[in-house]
Ligand binder design. Structure first.
Ligand code: Z16
Length: 810
């Protein structure tokens, strides 16, 4: 670890407070102090950024650009201090000033520029790139409003705006010297040149300006600081060019407001394509700003585009930035005058595409009519890409109209639509899924014809998470214990956790490991008390289901088991073997009726159970509002049981599953996403796998009748009847009938009924096993010891070697 000189730390804080905030240190609020410490840390980061940049430039390094419509970096002060290796020293300095660092850490606003897994993955990847000293940079949008804040009123989700300090945050560096110009709207004018060749011209477009802010991304060890570059939209200053009268004047101002709304707000759904024009403009805005910036940087040190794919890699995080295919072609051909064929070679060699979902409702398609209005030149280019591609398909597979139809970028039949996944696949040299099972489904179910055409293009990169945030920072108790036992090499080489395995036979270590978990549960119990006003027992099993609320993730199945357990106590007088606390957290997309109803159901069930003196000594149910990165950091270290019970085949990977397992929770899960690989690595005896598998579900789907399962299982029948009754919604009779009917009358698309009995059995086994405290601790340690593979460092090394061809520059 490089040693960073902090002798000027105090003085720099004082100077900041005095000359930036105009305050004496004794008058500073906690927020002022947070800003002061952060701005001093930021100075250190900037020094290292410049040094890093010199290193990359000198080596003429190939750079990777990670384009993502979402980034969820989480709070940065604690992370930066730890990654720079100055946390302890800084804490001590502050102590001499009577300032408690932990109080300051809590002042930081959680930047919520993402919905969940996809954006958080992007943030973990940036952490690993910097830690591995690799030139990898994030490109995203600087939204004014991040994901909504969730509050609960009478058991219902309310959404409140989350304005984050997106101009004034100490972590944002305004780059007023860099500006992007993005043309939009207008029309195509065809002209013929002297040889009579058709020359399309994009005319009458309007200009959006992209303003740039950078967030420095510090790698662990303090050697490398990369950056996350965020764009915000601004109307061009000469937007008022043609004002002839008052009406025009107001129209011009309205237009300005419209343009500036492009980066106003993050779309709050993680599983439903938004389909609104504003969202398309956001995607295009991100792509156009990024491509311009990437080319500008490349041309600083290179001439022509021959070397472009050797110096530049671009990764498309899902299809949201898939317009990069058309934009890169447009810039190469229209702006820099390349011929189509070399431009196409460059484009496909540069781009890689990561798929994150198979859910049909999440796959993006855009009406041709919208593209025609917003980006007419790109539409033309997409048509040309498609025309050439279909030629190729016809050559390879003559007389096969089915193939042409399935692989065309344009879907005919009714309103013509652009299929963004097809565009991304055709324009990239690599297509990857995010867990082994998911990548197999991408090849064999989602786009089998593309796989047949280009098998070499398809690959898997199982997701990973950064151990810096998810162990070192979130779980200091566990980190300290691990470091005492095996040294601190694990922080940047997580496979070293393997060396904990023999310690399962060390009774002192076992005891201390259990103590760490217990201390984390006490902390969590306090948070639960403050946020839900429910008192929970740290000695009960903490069973946590924290993720977005979605039918495919089956929070409903969890509730069914809770209601079943409740009825066993109430009606059958059967007492469980150990007390349990069922903990839920997660946001529902604002327009997702059944997800929001599920939140109400959890609260309704919680109300009845927690207030029943016969039941509440055994089970309690809490819903912690406003799930976000900082809450996850508090929840995960306190979990005994991790719920990963999605309907098999639906969760692309999951990343919470990895974080829980690393922190010693035992998984109750289906064979879905990366849980399959977690099971393989920790061993079947150290988690609880249950339920239908992907191929079983595929085979059953045609004939599946959920009623058969209800009629043949009196326990399930009883549970479903109670859900339909008004026991959990006395004040709003009938509201849960819709959830009941979704499974009974509308086919139970996610197989809750079919998996119910296996889930109940598994949960009962968990309670039995937990009573053997020593054995539970051993299995918990093995979860930590055997999940080193799920470090994002491993994932990034694979991306770097197989797709990006980038190297470390230490
Ligand atoms: C998202 O978070 C994910 C997929 C997607 O298409 C859109 C969003 Cl916003 C998630 C997957 O659901 C999850 O399984 C996966 O672990 C995560 O992306 C990262 O790959």
């Amino acid at each position: 670890m490089n040693k960073i000189d902090l002798s000027g730390f105090k003085a720099a804080m004082g100077q900041y407070l005095r000359y930036v905030r105009g305050k004496k240190i004794e008058d500073a609020s906690q927020k002022d102090l947070f800003n002061a410490v952060s701005s001093v840390v930021r100075m250190l980061l900037i020094d290292i950024t410049m040094e890093t940049e010199d290193r990359y430039t000198k080596a003429d390094a190939k750079r990777m650009h990670y384009l993502s419509i979402e980034f969820l970096p989480g709070r940065l002060l604690s992370n930066n201090l730890l990654n720079l290796g100055i946390e302890k020293e800084c804490r001590d300095i502050l102590k001499t000033m009577n300032i408690d660092l932990d109080d300051l850490l809590n002042e930081e606003h959680d930047p919520a520029l993402g919905n969940g897994g996809l954006g958080r993955l992007a943030a973990c990847y940036l952490d690993s790139l910097a830690t591995l000293d690799m030139p990898g940079f994030g490109y995203g949008i600087n939204y004014d409003y991040g994901l909504f804040k969730q509050t609960i009123m009478a058991g219902e989700q309310r959404e409140n705006p989350d304005f984050w300090p997106n101009r004034s945050s100490p972590w944002l560096l305004a780059r007023s010297d860099v500006r992007c110009m993005v043309p939009v709207y207008g029309r195509i004018q065809g002209t013929e040149d002297r040889e009579g060749e058709y020359n399309p011209m994009w005319v009458d477009w309007k200009l959006i300006l992209g303003r740039v802010h950078d967030i420095p991304i510090a790698g662990f060890g303090g050697r490398t600081v990369n950056r996350l570059r965020l764009f915000s939209a601004w109307a061009s200053e000469d937007f008022d060019m043609q004002v002839f009268n008052e009406g025009d004047y107001f129209r011009a101002v309205e237009e300005k407001i419209q343009f500036e709304s492009i980066s106003k707000i993050l779309y709050p759904s993680d599983s439903m394509a938004a389909g609104r024009e504003l969202r398309l403009v956001q995607e295009y805005f991100l792509v156009a700003c990024s491509v311009q910036d990437i080319i500008r940087i490349y041309l600083k040190d290179h001439e022509g585009f021959d070397q472009f794919p050797d110096k530049v890699a671009i990764q498309l995080n899902d299809t949201h930035p898939a317009l990069t295919v058309a934009e890169l072609m447009r810039v190469l051909v229209d702006v820099h005058g390349l011929e189509w064929d070399p431009a196409w070679k460059i484009t496909t060699k540069t781009l890689g595409y990561t798929n994150h979902t198979l859910l049909p409702e999440a796959l993006e398609t855009w009406p041709v009519s919208i593209l025609k209005r917003v980006i007419p030149r790109h539409l033309q280019i997409i048509y040309e890409i498609n025309r050439r591609f279909i030629e190729l398909v016809k050559q390879r597979f003559p007389n096969n109209t089915r193939l042409v139809k399935s692989m065309s970028i344009i879907r005919e039949g009714g309103e013509q639509r652009i299929l963004m996944a097809n565009l991304a696949i055709i324009g990239s040299h690599s297509v990857n899924g995010v867990a082994r099972i998911h990548s197999e489904l991408v090849k064999n179910n989602l786009v089998p014809d593309f796989y047949r055409l280009w098998p070499e293009r398809f690959n898997n990169k199982t997701n990973g998470v950064t151990p810096r945030r998810w162990i070192l920072s979130a779980n200091p108790g566990l980190s300290g214990l691990i470091t005492e036992a095996i040294g601190d090499g694990w922080i940047s080489d997580l496979d070293q956790l393997k060396r904990l395995e023999p310690l399962v036979h060390d009774s002192v270590f076992l005891e201390r490991f259990a103590q760490v978990k217990r201390a984390n549960k006490i902390d969590l119990a306090e948070i639960i008390g403050e946020t839900t006003y429910v008192e929970v027992d740290p000695d009960s099993i903490f069973d946590i289901h924290a993720k977005r609320i979605h039918e495919y993730k089956r929070q409903f199945l969890n509730v069914l088991n809770i209601v079943h357990t409740y009825l066993k106590i109430k009606e059958d007088k059967q007492i469980p073997g150990a007390p349990r606390t069922f903990i839920f957290a997660g946001k529902a997309a604002p327009g997702y009726v059944n997800a929001k109803l599920t939140i109400r159901l959890i609260h309704g069930v919680a109300d009845v159970i927690n207030n029943d003196p016969e039941v509440s000594p055994w089970i309690r149910v809490v819903f912690i509002p406003d799930y976000r990165v900082s809450l996850a950091e508090a929840l995960i270290p306190g979990a005994d049981v991790s719920e990963q019970i999605s309907c098999a085949g639906m969760e692309a990977s999951g990343t919470g599953n990895m974080k829980f397992a690393m922190n010693g929770a035992l998984t109750v899960g289906t064979l879905d996403g990366a849980t399959v690989e977690i099971a393989e690595r920790v061993g079947l005896e150290n988690l609880y796998i249950f339920g239908l598998k992907v191929d079983e579900i595929a085979a059953m789907r045609k004939h599946y009748n959920p009623r058969d399962y209800i009629e043949n299982n009196p326990d399930l029948m009883r549970v479903m009847n109670v859900i339909r009754s008004d026991l959990f919604c006395k004040k709003d009779p009938g509201i849960f009938k819709r959830l009941h009917d979704a499974v009974v009358d509308f086919g139970d698309y996610y197989f809750n009924m079919a998996d119910f009995s296996a889930y109940v059995e598994t949960q009962n086994q968990v309670v039995t096993d937990y009573c053997n405290k020593k054995q539970w601790a051993e299995r918990s340690i093995l979860n930590t010891a055997r999940t080193g593979y799920f470090s994002s460092d491993r994932a990034i090394r694979e991306y770097a070697d197989d797709i990006w061809k980038i190297k470390p520059f230490p």
